[in-house]
Design a binder for this molecule. Structure first.
Ligand code: 5GP
Length: 196
């Protein structure tokens, strides 16, 4: 696999994050919020977002989950790897996710947090893929809608690489690899247990 076209450059990402921060400030109207980052993909997004909030008193916590069964499509088999250290009861919680693909990860996380009696739960995602079946996933704050590419950068990885890119790029099969190479690359992705 190799890094292909840049899909969202750093300046565009920055403007998108600033827009979301302004929306959260407007909606919270000075009320505190707990930002819950979903590790590891949301870390750069969450840090930049938190720094851009001007009127919302903010606390941070993190959840880590793994999606098992496939490297390219979520299996829906979401396992909690790291729980929050904060009691969410009575709090305004904003879940901060890197990308919504099938939406299964978010559905599980909303289910989990819902049992803990938060005052409210909102979803903030940097990216959402335009794919059939995820239209109903409620995203309150969205950075960008993208076509169905496998993307990396700004926290998103491929086998733990590329997270530190300051932009979002498309990961593509090596052009010279031909069908055999492409199949090998796909097989490698399929065997990856976790994409986080
Ligand atoms: P979902 O449960 O919505 O199908 O998948 C969400 C998770 O799958 C994301 O949080 C992310 O970890 C991973 N994922 C989905 N699409 C991509 C992608 O294009 N690139 C990367 N690096 N991870 C992705």
């Amino acid at each position: 696999m190799k890094l292909g076209q840049t899909l969202i450059d750093a300046a565009t990402l920055d403007a998108g994050v600033a827009r979301i921060a302004a929306e959260i400030d407007r909606d919270q109207a000075g009320r505190p919020a707990l930002l819950v980052g979903i590790l590891k993909g949301s870390i750069f997004f969450l840090c930049d977002l938190a720094k851009k909030l001007e009127t919302t008193p903010v606390s941070l916590d993190f959840l880590q989950v793994s999606s098992y069964g496939s490297g390219t499509k979520s299996s829906g088999n979401v396992r909690l790897q790291r729980d929050l250290s904060t009691d969410v009861a009575g709090r305004d919680v904003i879940i901060v996710e890197d990308i919504v693909d099938t939406g299964r990860t978010l559905t599980k996380i909303i289910e989990l947090l819902g049992t803990r009696h938060p005052k409210s739960v909102k979803i903030c995602a940097l990216l959402k893929k335009k794919i059939a079946g995820n239209e109903g996933i409620p995203v309150d704050y969205l950075g960008f809608t993208i076509d169905d590419h496998f993307v990396v950068g700004y926290g998103l990885d491929y086998a733990e690489m590329y997270r530190n890119l300051p932009f979002i790029g498309i990961l593509e099969p090596e052009p010279e690899a031909g069908n055999e190479g492409r199949e090998a690359a796909n097989a490698k992705r399929e065997t990856a247990e976790s994409r986080r």
